[in-house]
Design a protein around this ligand. Structure first.
Ligand code: ADA
Length: 568
């Protein structure tokens, strides 16, 4: 069961909003008084998945009305608004955002009960203004309010719960020992008392007071603890209530959590003390009808399909995951790699004066929002960036340090495409390598599949020789394209048969190697990319390396991978 607030009021602002698409103008120049809506669109949703706006780039302006009753404080929570955006309330610009997948909150100033909310989104690439996005990323970047928007109504002038994080104890997680970290906003009004319950049972242990900054940290023991694992995804629930000077409860918050431990040691991965082998896929949050705003029923089906194939792992490539997807992974026992938005950043990006700061803000927002999901076992960042170049070092260092400081209980990694020249391995717990032997650059190779195992061997040898034999290694991407339905006697590139043989051989090579702790195949289903640098290598402007096509119709590789994964 998911936690539902009983005191705190939250309103899902989903539904039809007024809308206008403007081909000209910029986020900087825009003011709501110069805007006349001529359409209504659904929130959440990307406006450019609609046929009318398909392929168009410009400003997508959204408008709705919100109500903040007297005596209440309003906070807007946006889970993802793509790509750049500005939030205006009653003609005042309150927030600017430059990362289309990062969640953010907007505190509403005092004002009348009824307010006009305008959200301006820009789906044009503007590297100078928004260095988190670039044209060459190999996935379509849409525009609009692509994930849930919530209005939170809190009692005015009273301290309220800002964050509630639970971390299972490293040693005694199986005995139910967890560390609670609770932070308040408006902490200086007064010090509230705290009432706590776990799975509906009041916690009777003496609790410390909030400190001057409104922080409370304590250790609790769950009664009747049950460990979380892919085979037994047991969840527990924690509820906190804040009480005022008269002992009246006025705010509450709750979360689910799981008791489990992930470790990287002696060159291996361990979950709950047992060696862990990862078998899974990379997955973009995407389907043809709704683009990046995948319906939850599709998320559920995707996880089911993966579980039925014997997967225990999904890499959420290449950005913050939808909270609904993570909730399902918690419940359905899928281990998750969640990573910050990023794709192949090069010197130009690392030298952009705003990039390091924006990258860090987005990274922190990911950990904040996803902290309590037991399914997440590792945090990632900077997919296939220049991890072999000195100029990238500062951002890699800062990212790894920040993740460890915010959450020492999970592993830190990034996917490298320069396994031999990489200079960042010292920063991470787990080395993750993207490698496509037998696919890219194999135009004139006679037996491309024979390249896979030797290439993995070469990579592992070089990692160990360079002194990283104590770090576990996974293949975080490998794969080949197949066009759904392309079955013909040559079984050549782009045929379903070649892809099936490719993935079978890649899995065989991974599982035969004692130094490789698992694989995330590229990719779960075919996914739209666009006419950037990739279009001519991408028939249909799709990345066709899915084991399923975009409608989740299985290709021949489905059987090959199921055979390789099941029963291991
Ligand atoms: C990279 C990248 C993926 C995808 C893949 C491919 O490894 O991380 O997003 O583009 O290559 O299909 O080539």
């Amino acid at each position: 069961m998911k936690y539902r607030h009983t005191l705190r009021q939250t309103q899902n602002l989903g539904g039809l909003w007024d809308f206008a698409f403007l081909e000209t103008g910029s986020l900087d120049d825009f003011t709501p008084d110069a805007f006349t809506p001529d359409d209504r669109v659904l929130v959440p949703g990307a406006f450019d998945v609609l046929q009318k706006y398909a392929g168009k780039r410009g400003l997508g302006v959204y408008r709705t009305t919100i109500c903040v009753p007297e005596g209440m404080r309003g906070v807007l929570l946006f889970e993802a608004v793509s790509m750049g955006s500005r939030v205006w309330v009653d003609g005042k610009m309150l927030h600017a955002n430059g990362c289309g997948y990062a969640p953010f909150a907007v505190e509403l100033p005092d004002g009348p009960e009824k307010r006009e909310l305008v959200v301006v989104t820009d789906n044009r690439f503007d590297f100078e203004a928004r260095p988190m996005h670039d044209t060459y990323f190999d996935f379509y970047q849409y525009g609009g309010i692509i994930r849930v928007v919530t209005l939170l109504l809190l009692p005015e002038g009273k301290p309220c719960v800002k964050t509630l994080h639970l971390t299972p104890d490293e040693k005694d997680y199986a005995k139910g020992v967890v560390h609670l970290d609770l932070a308040l906003c408006c902490a200086d009004a007064f010090k509230p008392q705290l009432r706590l319950s776990i799975c509906g049972q009041p916690v009777e242990d003496a609790l410390p007071d909030f400190d001057a900054e409104g922080h409370l940290r304590c250790t609790l023991t769950v009664k009747d603890p049950k460990v979380w694992s892919p085979d037994a995804p047991n969840l527990h629930c924690c509820r906190v209530e804040l009480l005022d000077e008269d002992g009246e409860a006025y705010d509450d918050a709750g979360t689910r959590f799981g008791l489990r431990r992930i470790e990287a040691r002696d060159g291996k991965l361990f979950l709950n003390g047992e060696e862990l082998e990862l078998r899974g896929y990379n997955r973009h949050e995407w389907c043809p009808m709704t683009g990046p705003s995948t319906p939850v029923a599709q998320m559920y089906e995707d996880i089911r399909l993966m579980r039925e194939m014997g997967c225990n792992f999904v890499r959420g490539s290449h950005y913050h995951q939808d909270q609904q997807f993570l909730d399902l992974c918690d419940e359905m026992g899928m281990l998750v790699w969640e990573e910050n938005l990023g794709w192949g950043q090069r010197e130009k990006t690392f030298k952009h004066p705003a990039f390091a700061g924006e990258h860090l803000t987005a990274l922190k927002s990911m950990v904040e929002i996803s902290f309590n999901h037991p399914s997440i076992i590792m945090w990632g960042f900077l997919n296939e960036a220049d991890s072999h170049k000195d100029y990238a070092r500062a951002v890699f260092e800062e990212s790894a340090k920040t993740l460890k400081a915010m959450d020492p209980s999970r592993l830190v990694t990034y996917a490298t495409m320069f396994p031999e020249e990489d200079i960042m391995y010292d920063l991470v717990d787990l080395i993750s390598v993207n490698s496509y032997p037998g696919w890219y650059g194999c135009e004139n190779v006679k037996d491309p599949l024979s390249l896979i195992a030797p290439r993995f061997e070469e990579i592992l040898k070089s990692i160990d020789e360079r002194g990283f034999a104590d770090k576990p290694v996974i293949i975080s991407e490998t794969g080949a394209e197949a066009l759904y339905g392309w079955r013909e006697p040559h079984n050549d590139f782009f045929s379903e048969a070649y892809q099936a043989k490719y993935l079978a051989e890649a899995c065989r090579a991974v599982f035969a190697h004692s130094r490789i702790s698992g694989v995330a195949l590229w990719h779960f289903s075919d996914v739209r990319t666009y006419g950037g640098g990739h279009s001519l290598m991408r028939p249909r402007t799709y990345n066709n390396k899915g084991t399923f096509d975009e409608y989740r119709r299985p290709k021949q590789a489905h059987e090959a991978v199921s055979e390789a994964f099941r029963g291991r």
